[in-house]
Design a protein around this ligand. Structure first.
Ligand SMILES: Cc1cc2nc3c(=O)[nH]c(=O)nc-3n(C[C@H](O)[C@H](O)[C@H](O)COP(=O)(O)OP(=O)(O)OC[C@H]3O[C@@H](n4cnc5c(N)ncnc54)[C@H](O)[C@@H]3O)c2cc1C
Length: 654
């Protein structure tokens, strides 16, 4: 049987779901094909969203009209704003989520998305004619023709799992690998590589001595992921209700708790414990059977998410490593042991864990394991995530050599938008490095390539004061609205917020603080007295002063803040960041504008690099391979030096 769509998305993981929804939201007739509809947006590893730099990506996805933020808010078990003690560029939201509900919340989104159909099957062949994608063929014998195809197959491409010396083909635990598809893509000149990642044991909470661990509570304030208002109705009514297996619930599980919308639900704690020398000794004894150390696994894993055995080898002197025990759901006994990722044999994993006091009687549901999978060289992609080799083929997510749900989702959204634009003949959607972390991520991928699984860090962004979690809506919502991606309601929500922020900023610029009035109060706060009066905007930029602690002494300020009708805390925080950090923000904006000038010098197709003798040999090779779009992108290619850029500028007559 044959069907025709504008866009076919292969794989309903984090990249695939955002890609399919974005394309459909923009009016493209879209089909999402996935192996198992009950595992839509399954979190293969930790059921947590966000964290450092990743949380900013989720806020960006939300600001653009994507769904990860809302799905996370609807299924949050615990929310924390990380790095609150640092400057606002570093604040990063993170939520522990209910794994089962997350799947069903996403499924509800995709099932109800206009223009989007779903087909449960496995794609095995990419159809290409004369360098142009034509569609896909599936194992069930279906042919789906399309103008664009987006591949988001995650860790499934020729996936091979390892537990000790045991090897099992699989895309992740208990799921089959995707066979043949990699080869059918590589046939068109797209280079394949191999990477690996790993996950820890899942623990039965009834066997844990919670009294021997430290409790880690969540934050209780207004922060969450989505910029949109109140939590959408709970998906709990649609969710399968996993039965609580025992009449002796683990202390931290609110077993039998009602399941109203997340905003009104109590948060669940996580728990902290540590490994010890005895644990390390038992793990060391298992190293000869570790696939990471006996040559069984050759591919490269994520450096910043090492397995426990890698930590032992890399940090041989450390006597303990911190572990976080995190709930997998509100109504389950299953716990995830963050920090104990391992592919050692099962008996080694369990025996080592039993040497930790809280786990002395431990029972596990399943062991940790490692997985190897194929990825495609991302330098063969344009910034739109379209392949340079096959017209109409887009790649997004883990298949581009990244790791992480957020990195995948951000790419998925960009691929979905660009595929939709291609179908309607409407240009390209590319975000610059000063616009979003997603822009940084994609520019890094297509410019520098990957030699290990790529995850986002704040340090990868040169303009991180411009890429804060509080202002992703300011950066991206107007653009998304103009594209037809963000709804009118979302846009209005943003403009109302902007008006309120501007009103508060105007107040701060115009309101004069009298020295005699404020000085006694400043003294109490430990802040130097004013020699003469000043505008509030100048006073508040002092360290230690805030709207909150100045309001009691300045009733007009308190009154100005109280006039905000909705989302007062969010708007006040956003305005305060803009006032307090205006100097830093302005400086970064000027630097970004300088870079933007190079960004505007388009060079693709302008040079035959291999003929320019004044370039270094390395620069000639790299520039020929990447064929950068702009001079700015050329300057970021590793191996291309400032003097190579000067050569190009001279040739351009600059
Ligand atoms: C064991 C393990 C441990 C991990 N550990 C970490 C970690 O510690 N930290 C971290 O940040 N990330 C980790 N990850 C990675 C994280 O899961 C991925 O980054 C993220 O899920 C990638 O999202 P994605 O959408 O690209 O792919 P996935 O979430 O893998 O989704 C791929 C989807 O494609 C479908 N699919 C695949 N092939 C086909 C086909 N041929 N036809 C139809 N459908 C297909 C699958 O069914 C699935 O729905 C781990 C992953 C695994 C498997």
């Amino acid at each position: 049987m044959q069907e025709r769509y504008d866009i076919v998305v292969v794989g309903a993981g984090h990249a695939g779901c955002e890609a399919a929804c974005a394309a459909a939201q923009m009016g493209a007739r879209t089909l999402l094909i996935t192996m198992d509809m009950n595992k839509i947006a399954q979190m293969s590893c930790n059921p947590a969203v966000g964290g450092i730099a990743k949380g900013q990506i989720v806020r960006e996805i939300d600001a653009l009209g994507g769904h990860m933020g809302q799905v996370t808010d609807r299924t949050t078990l615990q929310f924390r704003m990380l790095n609150r003690s640092k400057g606002p560029a570093m604040w990063s939201p993170r939520a522990q989520c209910d794994r089962g509900r997350f799947i069903w919340a996403w499924r509800q989104v995709v099932e109800n998305q206009q223009n989007l159909s779903i087909w449960q099957d496995q794609v095995r062949e990419l159809l290409v004619e004369n360098g142009q994608v034509k569609g896909v063929e599936t194992y069930l014998g279906m042919t789906f023709l399309a103008r664009c195809v987006i591949i988001t197959a995650g860790t499934f491409l020729n996936g091979l799992m390892h537990i000790g010396r045991t090897k099992l083909p699989g895309g992740r635990c208990a799921e089959p690998p995707s066979l043949q598809l990699s080869e059918s893509i590589a046939r068109h000149g797209i280079t394949l590589g191999r990477m690996k990642t790993g996950t820890p044991v899942r623990i039965d909470g009834r066997s844990v001595h919670f009294e021997d661990m430290t409790l880690q509570p969540g934050d209780h304030d207004f922060h969450r992921f989505s910029y949109l208002p109140a939590p959408v109705p709970s998906v709990a009514s649609n969710a399968p209700a996993p039965s609580v297996a025992s009449d002796a619930p683990a202390p931290s599980v609110a077993s039998g708790a009602p399941v109203p919308s997340v905003a009104t639900e109590s948060q669940l704690p996580c728990w902290i414990t540590y490994t010890n020398p005895a644990v390390h000794e038992r793990l060391r004894q298992g190293l000869p059977d570790s696939p990471l150390y006996n040559g069984q696994i050759q591919s490269i894993g994520p450096r910043y998410c090492p397995s426990i055995e890698t930590k032992l080898v890399t940090f041989a002197d450390k006597e303990q490593h911190q572990l976080f025990l995190e709930p997998e759901g509100r109504n389950t006994q299953e716990y995830y042991l963050n920090g104990f990722s391992s592919s050692l044999p099962i008996d080694v994993q369990v025996e080592a864990l039993r040497l930790i006091p809280a786990f002395r009687d431990i029972k596990i549901y399943r062991p940790g394991y490692a997985i190897e999978y194929d990825y495609f060289d991302p330098t063969l992609l344009h910034h739109t995530l379209e392949s340079k080799k096959v017209d109409g083929l887009f790649l997004a997510g883990q298949v581009n050599g990244t790791t992480g749900y957020e990195e995948a989702a951000g790419q998925g959204l960009v691929a979905g938008v660009n595929a939709a634009l291609k179908c309607s003949g409407g240009g390209e959607f590319v975000m610059h490095r000063d616009e979003s972390y997603i822009g940084v991520l994609i520019d890094d991928l297509v410019t520098k390539g990957v030699d290990e699984p790529y995850r986002m860090f704040t340090s990868r962004a040169e303009f991180r004061i411009l890429l804060r979690q509080d202002d992703a809506d300011a950066r991206l919502t107007p653009r998304a609205y103009n594209l037809g991606l963000a709804t009118e309601a979302r846009y209005r929500h943003w403009t109302e917020k902007q008006e309120e922020i501007n009103r508060i900023l105007d107040f701060c610029k115009n309101y004069s603080v009298k020295a005699a009035l404020i000085n006694p109060y400043l003294e109490k706060l430990g802040s130097a007295p004013l020699a003469k009066g000043c505008k509030l905007v100048d006073l508040i930029s002092r360290p230690g002063l805030s709207f909150d602690n100045l309001s009691p002494a300045l009733p007009r300020l308190a009154q100005a803040l109280s006039q905000t009708p909705n989302r007062r805390e969010e708007i006040t925080e956003a305005a305060e960041v803009l006032v307090k950090y205006s100097g830093y923000i302005e400086r970064e904006r000027q630097q970004a504008e300088k870079m933007q000038r190079l960004e505007e010098l388009h060079i693709r197709g302008r040079f035959r690099y291999d003929e320019i003798q004044s370039l270094s040999t390395e620069a000639r090779q790299k520039l020929s391979h990447i064929d950068p779009e702009t001079l700015a992108q050329a300057s970021r290619i590793p191996g291309v030096s400032p003097s190579d850029i000067s050569v190009l500028m001279v040739l351009m007559g600059r």
